[in-house]
Design a protein around this ligand. Structure first.
Ligand SMILES: [Zn+2]
Length: 372
């Protein structure tokens, strides 16, 4: 079996679990954070650098790669792994989220979504079949179903309609999928903030016996308490022997709470975005390295962090690089930020394996949400 998920340990007080997930390009030890490489590059970092962070699986983006360079080029290169020289597992999202959040002038029909390309203005239609065809060409280990993502302010009727359409689109995605042996197709549970819609969606998706499941539409601007509520409700409805992925979530507290609900995988653009803005994630806080307080601080960013940045450079040097707008500053911060989030999920994994999760992560489990 090319894809299999083995649960190694479960927490005695929460639904947290540690597992090993086998994919065609290697294993993913869960819980684990996955860095985002939107355009087949984790911005600023070489694959070798990404590997040193402990990241095992990375993401790439169907919508962006379809626009540039086009999936045909990636396919000619031998697929995403060859094209970007990342040997480990890769996941591509379906483009649904970007089509609904980034593009203007979109028209949503039962067949699919038509939108104007932000690159050259041409009209593009993405249907469930087209999304899967693009993802089959890109060749990632995990591909995502094309879903309709209603905005956070959508009415219940709109969310219900989108959730039902997402299910019909999923059936079409399954039909269109040409490489089920090499690529695992994940279904996405939608349903907005409505518990009954979420559980109904989860139940109908589980009946399709997919190789993995994601919870989508939880980072589109709704209140964090609602996210926790929805994740707590939805995750336990998903089959225990399949990986569970919470899309777009990568803040400390939200990851801990989601792990406690039984989530295995996370992704978020925060570490590289912060890095590009001269910010470091240190011990659960966001530090702006431009600040004068770091000018003569000759200690590492985080003395407990084993990453290349913290092993070799001081806060003073990083402050100098960021103030001088030197490329290396952004690179070193991105490298540390990814290592930090991956390590944070690794620490949760180790705590679950020794059944110390609730005591070691009590600080995150028992406090109110991170403001944003
Ligand atoms: Zn570091």
């Amino acid at each position: 079996m090319r894809f299999s998920f083995n649960c190694q340990a479960t927490c005695s007080q929460t639904k947290a679990r540690a597992g090993v997930w086998n994919t065609p390009h290697g294993i993913v030890e869960t819980p684990r954070f996955m860095p985002v490489g939107t355009l087949a590059t984790v911005k600023g970092l070489t694959p070798a650098q990404v590997q040193t962070t402990g990241a095992q699986m990375i993401l790439a983006n169907t919508y962006h790669l379809h626009l540039q360079p086009g999936e045909g080029i990636v396919q000619k290169a031998g697929g995403l792994h060859q094209f970007m020289a990342w040997k480990g597992p890769i996941l591509t999202d379906s483009g649904g989220f970007q089509v609904f959040s980034l593009s203007e002038l979109r028209e949503i029909k039962e067949s699919g979504v038509t939108f104007r390309s932000p690159r050259d203005g041409r009209m593009i239609e993405i249907t469930p079949e087209r999304s899967i065809k693009i993802q089959n060409s890109l060749g990632a280990d995990v591909i995502m179903a094309f879903d309709e993502c209603p905005p956070a302010n959508a009415t219940r009727v709109e969310v219900e309609r989108a959730t039902q359409r997402t299910y019909r689109w999923l059936e079409r995605c399954i039909q269109a999928h040409e490489r089920p042996q090499e690529q695992a197709l994940f279904g996405i549970v939608q349903g907005g903030i409505y518990p009954d819609l979420r559980s109904e969606a989860a139940r109908s998706l589980v009946e399709l016996d997919l190789p993995g499941y994601a919870i989508g539409g939880v980072s589109v601007g709704e209140k964090l308490e609602l996210i926790h509520h929805i994740v707590n409700l939805t995750a336990p409805l998903l089959p225990p022997h399949k990986p569970r992925y919470l899309m777009g979530v990568g803040t400390y507290r939200e990851m801990v709470k989601a792990v406690a609900a039984g989530i295995d995988l996370f992704d978020c653009v925060i570490p590289t975005r912060f890095g590009r803005h001269g910010a470091a994630m240190v011990k659960g806080e966001r530090w702006n390295l431009k600040n004068a307080q770091f000018k003569e601080d000759f200690t590492p960013l985080d003395e407990t962090c084993p990453c290349y940045t913290c092993e070799n450079f001081t806060r003073a040097y990083l402050n100098h690089l960021i103030k001088s707008r030197e490329m290396l500053g952004y690179i070193l911060l991105s490298l540390h930020n990814i290592a930090e989030l991956v390590r944070f999920t690794q620490r949760m994994r180790e705590a679950i394996l020794s059944d110390r999760f609730t005591s070691e992560f009590a600080e995150w489990l028992n406090t109110s949400p991170t403001p944003r």
